[in-house]
Design a protein around this ligand. Structure first.
Ligand code: WTA
Length: 631
């Protein structure tokens, strides 16, 4: 398992132009990091004071292992900082949000004032439907301005949003609605993908069967020629919600520790985990990192290509960038539609200066060839970012040279749904080492340790952990406090991330990948257990085991091993049926690329499937110690 850094060639670094450091909000990394170490609470206190609070905290941090409270008794509302502050200040007519649809002239632009008004109206509409502080609202929408408006409107009135990625299928959605006990579901009639409309309404109709807490479905109707029917007992049109309401909706006064949102992430055992984030600490964390890691300046045009339905979208499409008053670009399109030049065309057209994307997209573009980006003028770019999985050196080089023209620093940001904000990266101005995400950002103490929590020597792989609480950390797993505690108990005294990593002799951290049963496919986290249970829910399947197979483009693909019930025999037709079954239960992102019918699966004596053996066999490697396996 251990990999020696010494056997690698001399480390290679890229050093950005010193002006990046000189002109950055962060300034010198080591100096700032030391300031943090000297007095962590004062460090965070200073940052939090840059935001608006209805009343200030008594205490910066209260740490009762493994529970943290931040900005104790502080009162605030993140939307006040994302909207009111700018509208009352100098950004009233600044563009807040540009949405780009798939077709050439599909574009919508909102100034801060316009966004503010839409959010307040929709917030009042939610109130009219009986939504009160603390109620859970599920948002299942494509990437359109209304998705962002719905999120902000919930936060405005203190309703806890649970955004579910629009690509999930009915069963996955149902599970998330039920677990959160959502009172309202906000959706759209359709999404648009590659020129085709993908109906969503029937998925949602199916998903709310057996979800008794749901009182209303709010539906944004995009297809106006033949609008979907609204069943008035329960359903209501999105814009209908906004009519006949007061234009003003003051931000609800939220306690720093009130829950702000739940976001489900794939679990390693069956059900997804509802990660709970709170109002004060999350706000401070995403504000700080957006301002200091992305170094957003007044004139920047900021484009994070993630769907707001993932944590990257929550923190770095919506809340972080709006809290710093940035102009943000969002797009509903696919990176290679109508052709592989579309993103670069958008960069040129909108003058994007900060581009934040994922390795899987970068690798796809590499494959398409540099002639696509070379057609466009990318000189507006000044900072590039990556997130979601390791940015392999080849992809780094390509991104750096072909897109950044060897002048833009790359911030390869390591973080998670659970951490809420960036944790590890190479701060602007610091030398970048391809393959390595970087170091703990000021405010964070990350390390690579063994099972007992002891730091491993440089060059040795170990578990990535965080050693001190941070403001944007999750507070619990919804309905599953035990699972929350496990994060802090697996390795004594540390928050265990679930990733394996190597620390270089220069202190930079290379993240290798997951140490558990999550598979990251094209940047999406898929739990092996979720896919297995989807397969097993098919009448022909007795047992299933799923592994991730390394893939040069997608990072990983899913391979499933399936034992059929004796009532069924293997056939291509059945295989296709199973692909389809996973598609409708979990959604297209979770479809295996391969299914193999087998007669048995490697198991421990207690009956647990040992996926690592399947994986080793699949990859032609030694399966390691198999003495604990059942005959
Ligand atoms: C992986 C996404 C390497 C990692 C923000 C982590 C990364 C999981 C990086 C969290 C990175 C994220 N380098 N690996 N820069 N960023 N990961 O919750 O395995 O969707 O634990 O949050 O993605 O995925 P999540």
């Amino acid at each position: 398992m251990e990999e020696s850094a010494q056997s690698r060639p001399e480390p290679k670094y890229y050093t950005p132009n010193p002006s990046y450091r000189e002109k950055s909000w962060m300034g010198d990394y080591s100096w700032t990091y030391n300031e943090f170490l000297k007095d962590p609470e004062q460090f965070w206190d200073r940052i939090a004071k840059k935001l608006h609070w209805f009343s200030e905290w008594d205490k910066v941090k209260e740490w009762n292992y493994p529970h943290a409270k931040w900005f104790v008794n502080g009162k605030t509302n993140i939307t006040y900082n994302c909207l009111d502050r700018h509208v009352l200040g100098e950004r009233r007519n600044k563009v807040a949000l540009i949405w780009k649809g798939e077709s050439e002239d599909d574009e919508r632009v909102f100034t801060y004032r316009q966004l503010y008004r839409e959010v307040m109206r929709f917030a009042n509409g939610l109130k009219k439907l009986g939504v009160v502080k603390g109620d859970r609202v599920c948002i299942y929408m494509p990437v359109i301005p209304e998705q962002v408006i719905a999120m902000l409107a919930c936060a405005r009135i203190g309703a806890v949003h649970s955004v579910v990625f629009g690509g999930y299928g009915a069963a996955a959605l149902n599970q998330r609605i039920v677990d959160a006990g959502a009172k309202i579901v906000i959706t759209a009639d359709m999404a648009i993908r590659r020129g085709k409309s993908i109906p969503l309404k029937h998925t949602i109709e199916e998903a709310i069967i057996g979800a008794p807490t749901v009182e209303h479905l709010i539906i944004l109707r995009r297809e106006l020629r033949t609008p979907v029917e609204i069943h008035s007992e329960m359903e209501i049109d999105f814009y209908e919600v906004m009519t006949d309401v007061e234009p003003d909706c003051p931000a609800e006064v939220m306690d720093s520790e009130d829950p702000m949102f739940i976001l489900y992430t794939s679990g390693t055992t069956g059900a997804p985990k509802g990660i709970v984030h709170t109002c004060g600490g999350y706000m401070v964390g995403v504000y700080y990192t957006t301002r200091y890691i992305f170094d957003v300046k007044e004139s920047d045009v900021y484009w994070c290509t993630a769907d707001p339905g993932w944590i990257t979208g929550h923190s770095y499409v919506v809340y972080g960038p709006l809290s710093v008053g940035a102009t943000i670009l969002i797009g509903e399109g696919t990176p290679d539609y109508p052709d592989a030049g579309i993103w670069w065309k958008m960069v040129e057209e909108y003058g994007v200066s900060i581009l934040y994307t994922a390795p899987t997209a970068i690798r796809m573009f590499m494959k398409m060839g540099r002639e696509w980006p070379d057609k466009y003028n990318l000189s507006s770019l000044r900072i590039l970012g990556s997130v979601g999985e390791p940015l392999n050196p080849e992809a780094f080089e390509w991104f750096y040279h072909v897109i950044g023209k060897a002048k833009c620093p790359i911030v390869d940001t390591w973080w998670q749904t659970e951490t809420g904000m960036h944790m590890i990266t190479t701060v602007l101005g610091e030398p970048m080492r391809p393959g390595f995400a970087g170091k703990s950002i000021p405010g964070v103490i990350a390390d690579v340790v063994d099972k007992t929590g002891k730091s491993v020597p440089p060059g040795t792989s170990g578990f990535l952990v965080i050693k001190e609480p941070w403001p944007a950390m999750m507070r619990t797993v919804y309905n599953n406090e035990e699972r929350y505690i496990k994060y802090w108990e697996t390795i004594p005294g540390c928050y265990t991330v679930g990733d394996l990593a190597i620390k270089g002799e220069d202190g930079n951290i290379m993240v290798i990948g997951r140490s558990d049963d999550l598979i990251i496919v094209s940047g999406h986290n898929i739990g092996t257990a979720e896919v297995e249970s989807a397969l097993v829910s098919h009448k022909a399947v007795a047992e299933a085991a799923v592994i991730g197979k390394p893939d040069p483009l997608k990072g990983n693909t899913i391979k499933a091993f399936v034992i059929l019930r004796n009532t069924h025999t293997p056939s291509d037709r059945l295989k296709n049926e199973l692909f389809y079954h996973v598609r409708i239960t979990l959604g297209p992102i979770a479809i295996p690329s391969e299914i193999e019918f087998v007669d048995s699966l490697p198991k421990t004596r207690s009956g647990k499937i040992v996926r690592r053996v399947l994986k080793a066999k699949e990859m032609g490697m030694d399966p390691g110690d198999i003495s604990t396996l059942d005959e």
